[in-house]
Design a protein around this ligand. Structure first.
Ligand code: N01
Length: 516
C-alpha cells in the first residue's frame, strides 16, 4: 500500500539484494555482468556506501591499504593516501555505482521489513517499507549484504538514558554539535575511538576544551605507515600497465604472512608486539600512563590497531585516560567505580556494533516458519561457507558467519562470496533448479571444522574477550585460515553439498496487487 493509500503493485524479480555497501554493490555489478539484470537493490539509507557512508566521525579512515580495499574489477589510481580517508572511499563507491549502470534498480530510504520463504512457490516474499509506502517483492534469491558492522551497539551503562548533554555513537556522528571549548568524553578504545581521539584532542586543545577517554581494555596499537601518494606515483598507477595490480598483489601477500601468527602460533607476532611497545614508548613519557595503555593479553587477540597519533594524544595536557570502570552516567557526567564524577558536555560512545546477533536476521523467515535469528539463538550463528543456511533456500549472505578477517581486506572476502553466488545462479539456470539449500550434514561438518581450527587461534587462546566471540565464547565471526583457502573454497558452487529442487512455474502476481 502506498503512502496515499493506493496499492503498490507486487514486483517480481529474479534477485532481491539487501544493502548498497561494498557487498550489495558487488553483487549487483557482478550479476549484471553475467546478464542477470533482473534484480532490485533495497537500501535503508539515502545513498550507497554502507559503513563508509555512515561512519563520518573525525579521523575516519581505512586501516587496510586502499589498493587492497577496493574492487579488483574497479581499481582506483587516485587514492590520495596509502590508507584512504572515509570521504574518498565513499566517493569511490558512489562513482563505481554510477559507472556500473545498475543504479536504476536501487531503491533508497527503504528497509526490508520482512522476508519469508514460500515453499509452495519456491520464492522469497519480501515486504519493503519506504517513503512511497509498503510493497511486496517476490524473488527467486535473497542476497543479504547488510553488513556485519552496521548496527551500532550502545553500552548498557546505568543511567545513560538520563544524560542531559549531547550523546551519540561513533557511527552516527552528530556534526551539528559544536565541540569548541567543551568537556567531551569518549567511551571505548577500539578501532573507531583511536581514530577519533587524536582529532578531538587537537580540536579541543585549540578551543580550550577537555577530553576524557574511558578505557575498559587497552588495545594493541602498532604504527600506521601511511603516506601520501605523490602526483607522479598516481600518474604511474594510472598509466603503467599492470603497476596497480602489482601493488595490490604485493600488499595482499604481505598481509597473508600475518595469518600463521593469528591461527597457529602467536609467538610469530613478536615483531608486531615489539613495534606496539615501541609505539607506546615513543608516544608517551609518563610511566604511569604507559602502564595503563600496555595490554595484558596476546597481540592479535583483539583487532590490532594502527596509529601514530593515538598515544601522543593521550599524553596531551587536555586529555585524561580513565581506566577505573564506569559505574554510571548521570544527567551531567560519568561516575567511575572509585566514586569520582567527571562532568561531560558531549558523550561519544565508540562502543562497537552488533556482530554476533545480526539484527537483519530477525526479519528473515525460512522454510519452517522460524526466523534466522530464532534458529541462531538456539544453535549459534553459523552458515555453510559463510554464505548459505539450511532451512533458508536460495538465501545468500555476504559477510556472513566466520568470514571476517583480522588481517586483510573484507572486499576480497565479499568478491569471493559473490563468486559463489554467481556460481549458484549459473547452476540454477543450467540445472533448472528452483531452489538450492545446503545439506545439514555439509553445514555441520563445515562448522565443526572451523571450530576445531579455532581452538588454536590467538582469538581463543590470547587471554582477551572480544566482539569476535559470542556469549558462549565461540568465534562465529572470523575466518581461521588464509584468504587463499577462503577464495578456493568459494570458487565453485558445490552442488553436491546442496538439496536441489526442480523449478516450478513462475508465480503469477495476485490480482488485487496489480490494480494500481
Ligand atoms: O568497536 P570495538 P569499534 N563500557 O567493538 C568498549 C571496524 N572498524 O567501532 O575492549 C566501556 O572494536 C570496548 O571495550 P573492550 C573494525 O573491524 C574498521 O571501535 O570490550 N567500554 C572497546 O574498547 C573494528 O574492529 C575501521 O573492553 C565499552 C570499544 O568500546 C570494528 O569496526 C575503523 C563498553 C568498542 O570497540 C569495531 O570497531 C573503525 C562499556 N559498556 C572500525 N562497551 C577501519 O579502519 C564497549 N566498550 C577499516
Amino acid at each position: 500500500m502506498s503512502a496515499t493509500g493506493t496499492p503498490i503493485p507486487e514486483q517480481h524479480v529474479d534477485h532481491l539484494i539487501v544493502g548498497a555497501g561494498f557487498a550489495g554493490l558487488c553483487a549487483a555489478i557482478r550479476l549484471q555482468q553475467d546478464g542477470e539484470t533482473d534484480f532490485l537493490v533495497v537500501e535503508k539509507a539515502g545513498d550507497v556506501g554502507g559503513t563508509w557512508r555512515d561512519n563520518t566521525y573525525p579521523g575516519a579512515a581505512c586501516d587496510v591499504p586502499s589498493q587492497l580495499y577496493s574492487f579488483s574489477f574497479a581499481p582506483n589510481p587516485d587514492w590520495s593516501m596509502s590508507y584512504s580517508p572515509q570521504p574518498e572511499i565513499w566517493a569511490y563507491l558512489r562513482r563505481v555505482a554510477r559507472e556500473s549502470g545498475t543504479l536504476d534498480r536501487f531503491v533508497f530510504d527503504t528497509r526490508l521489513e520482512d522476508a519469508r520463504w514460500d515453499e509452495t512457490s519456491q520464492h522469497w516474499h519480501s515486504r519493503l517499507v519506504g517513503p512511497d509506502g509498503e510493497r511486496t517483492v517476490v524473488s527467486t534469491t535473497l542476497v543479504v549484504g547488510a553488513g556485519g558492522l552496521s548496527e551500532p551497539k550502545l553500552p548498557a551503562i546505568e543511567g545513560i538514558e538520563t544524560f542531559q548533554g549531547e550523546l551519540f555513537h561513533s557511527a552516527r556522528w552528530d556534526h551539528d554539535v559544536d565541540l569548541a571549548g567543551k568537556r567531551v568524553a569518549v567511551i571505548g578504545t577500539g578501532a573507531s575511538a583511536i581514530q577519533i581521539v587524536p582529532e578531538l584532542q587537537q580540536q579541543l586543545e585549540a578551543t580550550g576544551g577537555h577530553l576524557d577517554v574511558y578505557q575498559r581494555t587497552a588495545p594493541w596499537v602498532i604504527p600506521r605507515n601511511d603516506r601520501r601518494y605523490p602526483a607522479w606515483e598516481r600518474a604511474a598507477l594510472r598509466h603503467v600497465p599492470g603497476l596497480q595490480r602489482l601493488y595490490r598483489t604485493g600488499i595482499y601477500w604481505a598481509r597473508e604472512t600475518y595469518v600463521p601468527a593469528f591461527t597457529i602460533q602467536p609467538k610469530i607476532a613478536l615483531p608486531a608486539k615489539k613495534a606496539a611497545l615501541a609505539n607506546i614508548a615513543r608516544g608517551i613519557q609518563d610511566p604511569g600512563l604507559r602502564a595503563k595503555v600496555t595490554p595484558h593479553y596476546e597481540i592479535g587477540c583483539k583487532r590490532i590497531l594502527i596509529s601514530n597519533t593515538y598515544y601522543p594524544a593521550l599524553a596531551a595536557d587536555n586529555v585524561d585516560l580513565v581506566t577505573d570502570p564506569i559505574a554510571e552516567v548521570t544527567r551531567t557526567g560519568v561516575v567511575t567505580a572509585d566514586g569520582v564524577e567527571r562532568p561531560v558536555d558531549v558523550l561519544v560512545v565508540a562502543t562497537g556494533f552488533y556482530t554476533t546477533e545480526l539484527p537483519i536476521t530477525e526479519h528473515v523467515t525460512g522454510r519452517d516458519g522460524r526466523t534466522l535469528a530464532e534458529v541462531w539463538r538456539e544453535s549459534g550463528m553459523a552458515a555453510y561457507k559463510g554464505t548459505t543456511v539450511p532451512g533458508f533456500p536460495n538465501y545468500f549472505m555476504l559477510v556472513g558467519p566466520n568470514t571476517g578477517l583480522g588481517h586483510s581486506s573484507m572486499v576480497f572476502v565479499i568478491e569471493s562470496q559473490v563468486e559463489y553466488l554467481r556460481g549458484a545462479v549459473r547452476a540454477m539456470r543450467r540445472g533448472e533448479y528452483g531452489a538450492v539449500e545446503p545439506q545439514r550434514d555439509a553445514h555441520d561438518a563445515w562448522n565443526a571444522g572451523l571450530q576445531r581450527r579455532m581452538r588454536r587461534t590467538v582469538w581463543s587462546t590470547g587471554g582477551c574477550s572480544s566482539w569476535y566471540l559470542d556469549e558462549h565464547g565461540r568465534n562465529t565471526t572470523l575466518w581461521p585460515k588464509s584468504t587463499v583457502t577462503l577464495r578456493r573454497q568459494l570458487a565453485r558452487f558445490d552442488t553436491e553439498a546442496y538439496d536441489l529442487r526442480p523449478s516450478l512455474p513462475a508465480p503469477t502476481p495476485a490480482k488485487e496487487d496489480v490494480t494500481a
